[in-house]
Ligand binder design. Structure first.
Ligand SMILES: Nc1ncnc2c1ncn2[C@@H]1O[C@H](COP(=O)(O)OP(=O)(O)O)[C@@H](O)[C@H]1O
Ligand SMILES: [Mg+2]
Length: 328
């Protein structure tokens, strides 16, 4: 496995709010990596931290934050914006976050290419835009170039946003709940589209989603996030067959048979809510909601290995976990 995006020990704070607390994950070249977890766990903030798009006032620190071997931690804003939209691109739940209502689809798409490839002619940029609109399943792409975002349906806008993200052939596409705002049939089309693009173009996708059905169908690897930490990460089959962290087990609890997930299956519901983590908090953040919690869960939490490329963070190694701490 060749690592494209490496995140280790990532912390993001907004004043006293610790939104991400030591999160680690690796996205390999050409894989679809799903990041799951309840709302407020820090998934979007992790993605924005990678892209260098955090709100002003956010403080970011990481032990490692690298893209294609290049350290992103001390890249200038200019260098970061050269990477964004070029070798790494991001799409959002609400396409209007990325689309400007006052410019045509065509001018926005061609602008992306011309910003990153100053040598490209206007005709080349238009050709590329037409090709990609076709690629994402938009009919009469030439005509669409002259339209404004508000003239398109939500599903079409999402396709345009994907096409725009692909203008410079990124190696990594981060998609933050890209289908949540769409109806179920359109969701399925967009996911098939992403899976096809991933295969055909060999790009890596970090897909943030709530939907376990999506995860089961498209992910090669899954990372589970809880209260700012990645608490479990495993190849998809291993995660569904033998989830180890009590939180992961809670999320999967509505799935009756591994691999037999309904299309529209939501994450399982676990009593309680994601806690706000105060500064100086120690121990396992899930302990207040965990049926297995004991006194020692307030101490340091070891990282354990459960199989090839399968790791989780848990103080207890209950019988079902049968796992050894990973030697540091
Ligand atoms: N700009 C911000 N200012 C302050 N707090 C924020 C900001 N963005 C996110 N947060 C907080 O960070 C935490 C993680 O948020 P987020 O990454 O959006 O969660 P998720 O995407 O997993 O639903 C939440 O507690 C949220 O309130
Ligand atoms: Mg989010």
């Amino acid at each position: 496995m060749s690592a494209l995006l490496e995140v280790a020990g990532l912390h993001v704070r907004f004043g006293e709010v610790a939104a991400v607390r030591g999160a680690s994950l690796v996205v390999a070249r050409g894989e679809t990596h799903c990041l799951v977890g309840e709302s407020g766990c820090g998934k979007s903030v992790t993605a924005l931290a990678v892209m260098g798009l955090l709100a002003r006032g956010a403080r970011r620190a990481a032990e490692r934050l690298a893209f294609a071997g290049q350290d992103l931690r001390d890249l200038s804003d200019r260098a970061m914006s050269r990477l964004r939209g070029d070798r790494m691109a991001m799409i959002f739940q609400e396409p209007m976050t990325s689309l400007n209502p006052s410019y045509t689809i065509g001018s926005q798409m061609t602008e992306v290419l011309r910003r990153h490839r100053p040598g490209a002619t206007r005709a080349q940029a238009v050709d590329r835009a037409v090709e990609l609109l076709g690629r994402v399943g938009i009919t009469a792409p030439g005509m669409r170039l002259g339209q404004y975002p508000h003239q398109l349906s939500g599903g079409l806008r999402q396709r345009v946003m994907i096409a725009m993200a692909l203008m410079c052939e990124p190696e990594l596409l981060i998609a933050d709940e890209p289908t949540t705002a769409l109806d179920v049939t359109v969701q399925a089309q967009i996911l098939r589209l992403l899976a096809g693009l991933q295969r055909d173009l060999g790009l890596a996708i970090l897909l943030i989603t709530h939907d376990l059905g999506i995860v089961a169908r498209v992910a090669h690897r899954v990372s589970v996030m809880y209260a700012g930490e990645v608490v479990e990460s495993a190849p998809t089959a291993a995660l569904f067959a033998a989830p180890r962290h009590p939180y992961t087990r809670g999320l999967l609890s509505c799935v009756p048979v591994p691999g037999k997930v309904r299309r529209d299956q939501p994450l399982g519901s676990i009593p309680g809510v994601v806690p706000r983590i105060p500064p100086g908090f120690a121990g396992c953040a899930f302990r207040d909601r965990c049926a297995h919690a004991r006194a020692e869960c307030s101490g340091d939490v070891p990282r354990r290995a459960a199989g090839p490329e399968h790791e989780f963070l848990c103080t207890l190694a209950p019988d079902w976990a049968r796992a050894e701490p990973v030697a540091a």
